[in-house]
Design a protein around this ligand. Structure first.
Ligand code: NAD
Length: 264
């Protein structure tokens, strides 16, 4: 199918490199005809994000650190300077001090708790508020979550708590904005080797465990997530909001180690 996103334009937040989930989604949005703008976090990432944006035919890139409300305001002013309206936003952003993505949740510091909640959960609220003002005819907002919001995953700790807040935010935002025909959904992706994931303690074990124990017996890719992303950001999902949709090879339905899974 082609052209599902023709005539639609939107903002991609959270692209760091070719391994980013945001890249998997952006590529497929572009293939389907979407026009894209990109934010990057700081100058160091600008030199990675700009050439990737160019590969998808976009020269519209600008800085945005979502932890600063003034930076968010400035980013949306930049967006508005070129586009009056947008149709969608991808929020693929999360961060925590990697020193606390290992060991026990019990040891979470207040500073890191607040920072993690700000960047990984509150930022969706702050982005959605600003994006909604640019969606007079409605729109679609998509964020990225992980199973650690629902069940304890060793080392995920405060990120799991932030993802739980993110998923509940999806529901409250969906309810607030439903009357404006703005939909808010999340994809709960299975583990994928990205820059952010490399900060999580023993991530290789998590990857292997999911590969061996998910119904599909494999890990998902950024392209798997990209396909579902197009569904949520296009009119194919016009009746869907407040949803947390698993793209995890079915891992979340499994209650025990698979009989055919070797010990790791
Ligand atoms: P990634 O490192 O490619 O992307 C994370 C992005 O967050 C980066 O672009 C980084 O610049 C951005 N970011 C962090 N702090 C920021 C800030 N203060 N302001 C603006 N941007 C900031 O990794 P990814 O795995 O593609 O992560 C994207 C999203 O997917 C995250 O929310 C992550 O939690 C989620 N997710 C990842 C996995 C996985 O296994 N990789 C699984 C499920 C969900």
């Amino acid at each position: 199918m082609n052209g599902l996103m023709a005539g639609k334009r939107g903002l991609i937040m959270g692209l760091a490199n070719e391994k980013s989930i945001a890249w998997g989604i952006a590529k497929q949005l572009s293939e389907q005809g979407a026009e894209l703008a990109f934010t990057y976090q700081g100058d160091a990432l600008a030199k990675r994000v700009k050439p990737l944006a160019e590969r998808l035919g976009s020269d519209f890139t600008f800085e945005c650190d979502v932890s600063e409300m003034s930076a968010l305001d400035a980013a949306f002013e930049t967006l508005k300077s070129r586009w009056d309206t947008i149709d969608f936003v991808v929020h693929a952003i999360g961060f925590s001090d990697k020193a606390e993505l290992r060991g026990q949740y019990l040891d979470t510091s207040l500073d890191n708790f607040l920072m993690t909640m700000n960047i990984s959960a509150y930022s969706l609220v702050a982005v959605t508020k600003r994006a909604a003002e640019m969606m007079p005819e409605g729109g679609s907002i998509l964020t990225l979550s992980y199973y650690g919001a629902e069940k304890v995953i060793p080392h995920y700790n405060v990120m799991g708590v932030a993802k739980a807040a993110l998923e509940t935010s999806v529901q409250y935002l969906a309810n607030d904005l439903g009357p404006k025909n703005i939909r808010v959904n999340a994809i709960s992706a299975g583990p994928i080797k990205t820059l952010a994931a490399s900060g999580i303690g023993d991530f290789r074990y998590i990857l292997k465990w999911n590969e061996l124990n998910s119904p599909l017996r494999r890990n998902v890719t950024i392209d798997d997530v990209g396909g579902s992303g197009v569904y949520f950001l296009s009119d194919l999902s016009s009746g869907v909001t407040g949803e947390v949709h698993h793209v995890d090879g079915g891992y979340h339905v499994v209650g025990m180690k698979q009989e055919d899974a070797p010990d790791i």
